[in-house]
Design a protein around this ligand. Structure first.
Ligand SMILES: [Zn+2]
Length: 419
């Protein structure tokens, strides 16, 4: 067996084992705390809500194992099992120009992978989310989303793919720098265009109507020196009763978006505090930092791909007979996540650090008690567990666990308890 085959299979095995172990830890931890609401939340969350959060979390974790098994099986079929090779050889047989073959092979694989994932996506939405009362999507909306996403991928993704393949073939030894510049340019245009041109294809965005709340929000924006297109409400309730607030776009296009589901459950004070938290992400430069980090990561990725593309073992050790730029690109995209899984905790840690900073900002610019009660409401309404396993949390959580986060807010305010 090739050395790299062994390395790849070892990483697949290790990542599957770690995922299963973390999933089991999380289920055990949640089950062990099933009987009582954590003390800090005892007067805010009912036992019934606590049970619902536990059941929802565990159902999703168990389903996640099934998905993991299915995805791992197909990763092995595509690579070691020769799946990519079969599709590649089939298209090569037509003797189309290299670029056409490359695009055809990548599109075929993307389509097949999407079809293989559909039953899981359907089950997640129409069985799990439905059972816990979150699903508001109709099959029609779901299908329309699918068609729109596919069209966007074809219209925007296919030309980008063609340009990258062209650079890989024609731009010489430094192609990876040009490809990276193209990729960054594309990403920036997409971030800029997303709120105005793409998101409205899926949802309706309307300026916040409530004039009282609007005035308070505008005051807060002015106080924090934030210039934007303003605050919008999105009809998230069309698909799901999960609520959220987020920040999108950049330059003059940037917006703050509230889910209608969130506005229904939060008081004015709470909305203002959540908004202050979102502004904290902006004011502490989290968006710029994340962008810089991902651009550095993608540069490293392209450099690595440039090296792998010239290495014969990369193809043969992963079940592909004919070396080509498109095969290198496919293998790279398929195999990389197995390795990058292990640096995930670093990104989770950075994200949690940013959440703390945004909370601190919210504390200085709004009512921290309102932020705490907003958080509790969000945990309750989204059925998020209040008792996550600490190691599972270190690995995956982009937001600090509820208890730690609220405790930290109390501490900054000077009335925190230790522990
Ligand atoms: Zn945040």
């Amino acid at each position: 067996m090739h050395l790299f085959t062994t390395v790849f299979l070892s990483f697949v095995a290790a990542s599957v084992l770690v995922r299963l172990w973390l999933s089991q830890r999380q289920i055990s931890h949640i089950s062990a705390h099933y009987d009582a609401v954590p003390e800090a939340f005892a007067d805010k969350i009912s036992l019934q809500d606590h049970h619902r959060a536990a059941d929802y979390s565990c159902t999703r974790l168990r389903f996640g194992r099934l998905t993991l098994g299915w995805e791992t099986l197909w990763l092995l079929i595509w690579t070691m099992g020769g799946g990519i090779n079969v599709i590649d050889q089939w298209w090569l047989g037509f003797e189309y120009p290299g670029m056409v073959t490359g695009i055809a092979v990548i599109l075929s694989l993307t389509l097949l992978s999407a079809i293989l994932g559909l039953p899981f996506s359907l089950y997640q939405t129409f069985v799990i989310e439905e059972r816990f009362g979150f699903n508001k999507t109709t099959l029609k909306t779901w299908l329309l989303d699918l068609v729109k996403t596919a069209m966007l991928l074809l219209l925007l993704g296919a030309p980008l793919l063609a340009a990258i393949l062209w650079l890989m073939n024609r731009a010489g030894d430094l192609w990876w720098i040009y490809a990276w510049l193209l990729w960054m340019g594309f990403s920036l245009v997409m971030i800029w265009a997303y709120p105005v041109f793409i998101a409205p294809l899926f949802n309706k965005f309307s300026p916040l109507q409530d004039s009282n709340l609007r005035t308070r929000i505008e005051d807060l924006l002015t106080r924090c020196g934030f210039h934007s297109q303003g605050v919008f409400v999105v009809d998230g309730s069309k698909r799901s009763s999960h609520g959220n607030a987020y920040f999108t776009g950049f330059g003059r296009n940037k917006r703050i978006v509230f889910y209608d589901t969130l506005l229904e459950t939060l008081s004015e004070d709470e909305v203002e505090a959540v908004l202050a938290h979102e502004l904290g992400h902006f004011k502490r430069n989290h968006i710029k930092k994340s962008l810089l980090l991902s651009s550095a990561m993608s540069l490293a990725g392209f450099a690595l791909l440039a090296w792998l593309m010239r290495s014969d073992w990369f193809y043969s050790s992963l079940g592909v007979d004919t070396a080509s730029t498109h095969a290198a690109l496919i293998l790279f995209m398929m195999v990389m996540p197995v390795f990058t899984y292990f640096i995930g905790p670093l990104f989770s840690a950075l994200s949690r650090k940013h959440e703390f900073e945004a909370d601190e900002f919210a504390h200085s610019n709004s009512n921290y008690k309102a932020l705490i009660s907003a958080l509790v409401n969000l945990y309750r309404d989204n059925a998020s567990t209040l008792t996550p396993d600490p190691i599972h949390s270190i690995f995956y959580d982009s937001h600090p666990p509820a208890t730690i986060r609220i405790n930290r807010l109390e501490t900054i305010a000077g009335n925190g308890s230790s522990g």
